[in-house]
Structures are given as structure tokens and as C-alpha cells.
Design a protein around this ligand. Structure first.
Ligand code: ADP
Length: 265
């Protein structure tokens, strides 16, 4: 607990006293610490690719690659990958910002989750196939209608399935299941359930409570190698929160991972 303590001398005629006030500023302090951590993290995440880019530019302009066309092409390829990494990070930061800006507004339109999920699975099947994975989707007949923001829910489905592709073991499948609205005791209302399950290496359940924090990664090396920004699940959590939903994560090392989303219908 952090207290701000103020002290004032008080004079009333010939009577003198001291006023001490104690204010609990724990939340204010925690919020500004979070802001500082976020800025430090963003700066670090941007500085790493930027340093690489500057290094390669220097080598191409003034170093040995100046006269060596093959080396120059190789360096340009690496520079392209680093610039794409920065671009993805900035894109995810802007998404997070947009989601936070709408967090207190309830979605007003209704969308068909069955149609949306089928379209997302179709658009990601190609990259799953390239990674040696098959997406098996179990989607009920449309409509599976929920109040929601179509762009944001598309982002939830995309981020969860993309993670299953990034971290799912090659040669195995990804199961995606959508269950039509039914009364859900934990939600105390009718809700639809979406489960994205992969059969990759999974992770120790100790990570689960922190997994939706910005920039939290179980395996930083793998995340960076796969082009991860560390923001995907933070974006998912904010969108689900705005939709008054819940997300539940299950995993055991070597057993794959399951991400279960409940959305009020
Ligand atoms: P990233 O861009 O790094 O993938 P996310 O916020 O989407 O960031 O995920 C945070 C971390 O959670 C990842 O870096 C990874 O360590 C872990 N993770 C997410 N999904 C899975 C999954 N399906 N299997 C194993 N680990 C996962």
C-alpha cells in the first residue's frame, strides 16, 4: 500500500496544531507504474529491429556489402523482415488503442458468429497447411447470432487460430468448435462457446494468469521467431471484456493448449 502523507500547520488565534492527512494512492501509483512499464516495453520492442536495421544500412552504405551484390541482397532480405516486424508491432499497438477506446461502449449490432468463424477458418487454412497443420472446424448451421462488433470478433478468432498455427506442432491438427447458445451457469445467461485447441507443446499452467498481459511471452525466442508481437492475447482479452464475455485457458506441457471463449448471446 502506498500513502501520500501531507502535513499542514494550523493556527487559530493562539491555538496551534498540525493536520496530517493520509491518502491511499496505491491504485494511482500502480497505474502510473503500468504506464511507465508499457512505454519501456514498447521502446525496447521497437529499438531491437531498429538497431538491426541501422547496422545493416551502415554495412551496405559503408561496409564490405557495398561491393558485394549477393551479401547486399541477403542483408536487404533481413532488413525487410525487421521492418515487417516493426510494422506488425505498430499495427497491434494501434489495434489495442482502438479496442481500449471502445471498451466502455456496448456493441449495438448483432453478428452471425457461424458465418464469421467459417470465413476466418477459410482464410487461415492456407497458412495452416503451409505449416503442416489441418484446421478441423465444427460449426453449427447459421445463424449463431450474438451482439458484437464484427471487426473485433474477427480479430479474436484470427488471433487465437493464428496462435494455434504458430505454436501448434507440425503435422497435427487444430480443432475449432463453436457451440450454439445455451444457458451457461458461470455467465448466468445464454452464451455461445468457442474453443480453439491445438496439439503443440503447450505450456506450464503457471503462465496462464499472465498470458493476456501485454508483451508477456512463455518462450520469447519462439514468439519472435514466429513473428509474434506479444500483444495478440492482450487484444483478445480487451475485446472479450468489451463483449461482457470470458476467456479461459487450459494447458499442460506437451499436451497442447485450449482457449475457450464464452460470449453472451
Ligand atoms: P505472441 O505475439 O507472442 O504470439 P500473444 O499475446 O498472442 O503473443 O501470446 C502470448 C504468449 O502466449 C506467446 O508468446 C506464447 O508464448 C503463448 N501462447 C499463445 N498461444 C499459445 C498456444 N496456442 N500454444 C502455446 N503457447 C501459446
Amino acid at each position: 500500500v502506498t500513502y501520500a502523507i501531507r502535513c499542514a500547520a494550523i493556527h487559530r488565534g493562539d491555538r496551534h496544531g498540525v493536520l496530517l492527512s493520509f491518502e491511499d494512492v496505491t491504485d494511482v501509483e500502480a497505474a502510473s507504474q503500468m504506464r511507465r512499464d508499457f512505454v519501456a516495453n514498447v521502446s525496447h520492442e521497437l529499438k531491437t529491429p531498429l538497431t538491426a536495421l541501422l547496422g545493416f544500412i551502415e554495412t551496405i552504405l559503408h561496409g564490405p556489402a557495398r561491393e558485394d551484390a549477393a551479401a547486399r541482397d541477403r542483408f536487404l532480405g533481413i532488413m525487410e523482415a525487421e521492418a515487417e516486424r516493426m510494422n506488425r508491432l505498430v499495427g497491434d499497438l494501434l489495434s489495442l488503442n482502438r479496442v481500449e477506446a471502445t471498451e466502455r461502449m456496448r456493441p449495438t449490432s448483432r453478428i452471425d458468429l457461424a458465418v464469421l468463424l467459417t470465413s476466418v477458418v477459410k482464410s487461415l487454412s492456407g497458412i495452416a497447411g503451409d505449416a503442416g497443420l489441418e484446421i478441423r472446424a465444427d460449426v453449427p448451421e447459421p445463424p449463431v447470432s450474438v451482439p458484437g462488433d464484427a471487426d473485433q470478433l474477427r480479430q479474436v478468432l484470427t488471433n487465437l487460430i493464428e496462435n494455434a498455427i504458430k505454436y501448434g506442432a507440425e503435422g497435427k491438427r487444430i480443432d475449432v468448435r463453436l457451440t450454439p447458445p445455451a444457458y451457461h451457469p458461470r455467465m448466468r445467461c445464454d452464451a455461445v462457446e468457442l474453443v480453439v485447441r491445438d496439439f503443440g507443446p503447450g505450456f506450464d499452467p503457471v503462465h496462464i494468469p499472465r498470458l493476456t498481459e501485454r508483451f508477456y511471452r512463455v518462450d520469447s525466442h519462439r514468439s519472435r521467431q514466429m513473428g509474434g508481437t506479444g500483444l495478440g492475447l492482450a487484444i483478445v482479452k480487451h475485446i472479450i471484456g468489451r463483449h461482457r464475455g470470458r476467456i479461459q485457458i487450459e494447458s499442460e506441457p506437451g499436451q497442447g493448449a485450449a482457449f475457450r471463449v464464452l460470449l453472451p448471446a
